[in-house]
Design a protein around this ligand. Sequence first.
Ligand code: PMP
Length: 464
Amino acid sequence: ALTNHDGQHIDTLKAYDQNHVWHHLTPGAAAEKGVSMFVRGEGLRLWDSEGKEYLDATAGGVWVTNVGYGRKEIADAVYQQLIELNYFAGSMASKPAAQFAAKLLQHMPGMSRVYYSSSGSEANEKAFKMVRQISHKHYQGKKHKILYRERDYHGTTLATLGASGQSERRAQFGPFVPDFIEFPHCCEYRNQYSDAENYGLQAAEALEQTILREGPDNVGAVILEPITAGGGIITPPEGYWEKVGEICKRHNILLIMDEVVCGLGRTGQWFGYQHYDIQPDIVTMAKGVASGYAAISCTVTTEKIYTLLQEAPGDTLGYFRDISTFGGCLAGQAAALSNLTIIEREGLVENSAAMGERLLNGFQRLAAKYPIIGDVRGKGLFAGIELVEDRHTKQPVDEAVPIAIAAECKKLGLLIGRTNRSLTGYNNILNFSPALTATVQDIDHIVDLLDQAFENVMQVQGLA
Ligand code: PMP
């Protein structure tokens, strides 16, 4: 019964997988035990090859499937595009690229140009190349340094990994591209500053101190996640973003907003930065752009950035000399257009805000019950729970605890995410990001199953 369309038994496929597929982020020892094979999805639900059903609170493992699984409408749009025209790169126009750009920019006041590529890393790499070229064209090679924040992640390529503030993830991959400089994180729960009242301002001042140390004439841009994802769902403290915006403006430094995770409704606004009073110069986005129905990412800029990267008279090298082969994939653009149409039509940004509030309230109820919950944070359908041994010392729990909770959830039919110590250095944060179509029942189900998992694990670990 368990066969694929070629009639191959699922066990054969699993054996092929174990012998031949090198899984992302999976140590060999774990892969040898075999990993789950999901074979079908519908909305927030997944089914594995054994027929077991899961409620997916991770949106595909890494915050991707914003509109949920099984959207025939997107598949049809991609199919129609593929049989009409699948590909052409470079300076040709395409219908879906033009339509998507125009529609997207309606949700991004102040932004003006969409540059297509095919992954989050690539979108950030484009942003860095724009900054570097502006440095050469307009500042005689000065304003070339790019600052990034501790605990943020910006990608897997050497330049974007070198711009990521997660030392474990960087380990054994250096040396990196020069002149990417780290500044301190802003996680209030792990507070590094004495003034609790003005925490956000102090955290932002750490950025300014870094700028002053490097010299404002050398610093071209700062890249940040509006809300840090992989580094532990870090919602910025009060006043932080407004101060960061003011500092960048004062020192003539471009603000690159990495919306690879937060973009397209994840946080209950179209873009994470729109919760705050700031205007970025460059916005990158990827995961929710086509919800995983195709690989597509965008680097969106203001008209000012676009203009700075045009040729001046006599400067034939002056335009942005960059291409992404699969930025010209019309399937991706068609999927993005259809995905965006669904988000608009179904009011998924508003739903993310409302259901996110319900989710956080549910987690607060669990926090009242389980002392190992040290902090609950998030915005929209993007939430984290930080686990501690002791609420006063904030000593993180042993890694075995979140591993056991996630495993227990899976046993109960709920998929949740957690920070990975070998990547981020943090092992004690659970994360949640169901599809933006989540209903009241889905949210309550997530909270109930998590409650059950906590209870079971606390009993086994003797922590109850
Ligand atoms: N930026 C952020 C904030 C991310 O979380 C990720 C991926 N997790 C990336 C960039 C890189 O995206 P990709 O894996 O598509 O290259």
